[in-house]
Write a protein that binds this ligand. Structure first.
Ligand SMILES: Cc1cc2nc3c(=O)[nH]c(=O)nc-3n(C[C@H](O)[C@H](O)[C@H](O)COP(=O)(O)O)c2cc1C
Length: 358
């Protein structure tokens, strides 16, 4: 476990430890997408973790999928996020804003412009989404034109610039969990016949161009990307070619010299070790529901340089102290994951660090 508490270089930053708060949507932003009043408190409470990756944050109106998620494309968004950055920095922490374009996982009742979602192709995701009137099917999306793909990349670029203006240390591109970027990667969601569909190279093009554009804008050393090879969520099927697709994508992204690659592991251990070999930079690994006794194991084996944790950090503002002292964690309350007020957000108790009795 000791390697968890050694410093690590991530892009231009030296992080105090190798623990990371995984990105988590909380749906507590204001209705215009400005972070909510308690967001600064929530993140600052957790600022002694090596790095905070914020909740998914839309780069445009089109990018929003869920209710009450924050954006980073208006002056108000920048002002709101600056409050968060300043609070995290005041406690010595670092934060990357996760840029999330939901693509077809969107509902017109959830977005400011109330338009149909966009995607590489007009293919139904089969997803049910929470909306102001309850669960509804996500409508079949509209396929982006070639021009619109360029505009979407420009939206990502501008959002990254605005994140830096807001004081963030960098951005993490959300290329995982069946959202827009993974919709381009998966043949089940992408049947385009132009330069963005078909071959592995074409399906990977959008992800690479987004990463390149952001790296050009704010520096590769402040740009990161999250991938979830093999996800089967919401109609995503990368097919038998999936591992080859990721070997190609990771090798291409590796050339950009990004701050880190964040892998949300889905179980293909052979692919994971291939990714480790192909990625010469900093690798962050998330294993869903990782057991407490496994903490630090991927650092010790050399498979990862950083380990990210979601629900445990959500439920334990003093997560780092609890890991260090080996004391029990508060359980996470699923009922308050999304939406609502401060309950289940900034009121999880801390605990004096008492060693666990054997
Ligand atoms: C409430 C909640 C919201 C989440 N929102 C996001 C998100 O916005 N972006 C993302 O990449 N992953 C998101 N995830 C996935 C987490 O980052 C993480 O990969 C997952 O919870 C597994 O890690 P854990 O077992 O340590 O919680 C979310 C998870 C939870 C529990």
């Amino acid at each position: 476990m000791s390697k968890l508490f050694t410093p690590v270089q991530v892009g231009r930053y030296t992080l105090a430890n190798r623990l990371v708060m995984a990105p988590m949507t909380r749906s507590r932003a204001q209705s215009d997408g400005t972070p909510g009043a308690s967001a600064a408190i929530y993140y600052a409470q957790r600022a002694d973790i090596g790095l905070i990756v914020t909740e998914g944050t839309q780069p445009s109106d089109d990018g929003q999928g869920y209710l009450m998620t924050p954006g980073i494309y208006t002056d108000e968004h920048v002002t709101g996020w600056r409050t968060v950055s300043e609070a995290v920095h005041a406690r010595g922490g670092h934060l990357f804003i996760q840029l999330m374009h939901a693509g077809r996982l969107s509902h017109p009742d959830n977005t400011p412009h109330h338009r149909q979602g966009v995607a590489p192709s007009a293919i139904d995701s089969g997803a049910q989404m929470f909306t102001p009137t309850g669960m509804q099917a996500a409508p079949v999306p509209r396929a982006l034109s070639l021009d619109e793909i360029g505009l979407t990349i420009a939206d990502f670029r501008l959002a990254a610039r605005r994140a830096i203006e807001a004081g963030a240390d960098g951005v993490e591109i959300h290329g995982a969990n069946a959202y827009l970027i993974q919709q381009f990667l998966a043949p089940s969601a992408n049947t385009r016949t132009d330069a963005y569909g078909g071959s592995i190279e074409n399906r990977a093009r959008f992800a690479i161009e987004v990463a390149q554009a952001i790296a050009d804008e704010i520096g590769a050393d402040r740009t990161a990307i999250r991938l979830s090879p093999g996800t089967t969520l919401w109609g995503i099927d990368e097919g038998a070619e999936g591992p080859a697709l990721y070997r190609y994508l990771v090798a291409e992204l590796n050339k950009l010299g990004l701050a880190y690659l964040h892998v949300m592991h889905q179980g293909n251990e052979a692919l994971l070790s291939d990714i480790r070999a192909l990625w010469t930079g900093t690798l962050m690994l998330n294993r869903s529901g990782r057991a407490r006794e496994q903490m630090g194991a991927d650092l010790a084996s050399g498979l990862a340089d950083l380990e990210s944790y979601g629900q445990m950090v959500l439920a334990n503002p003093d997560f780092v102290a609890r890991v260090k002292a080996n004391v029990p964690m508060n359980p996470a309350d699923r009922n308050s994951f999304f939406g609502g007020g401060d309950a289940g957000y900034i009121d999880y108790p801390t605990q004096a660090a008492e060693p666990v009795q054997a």
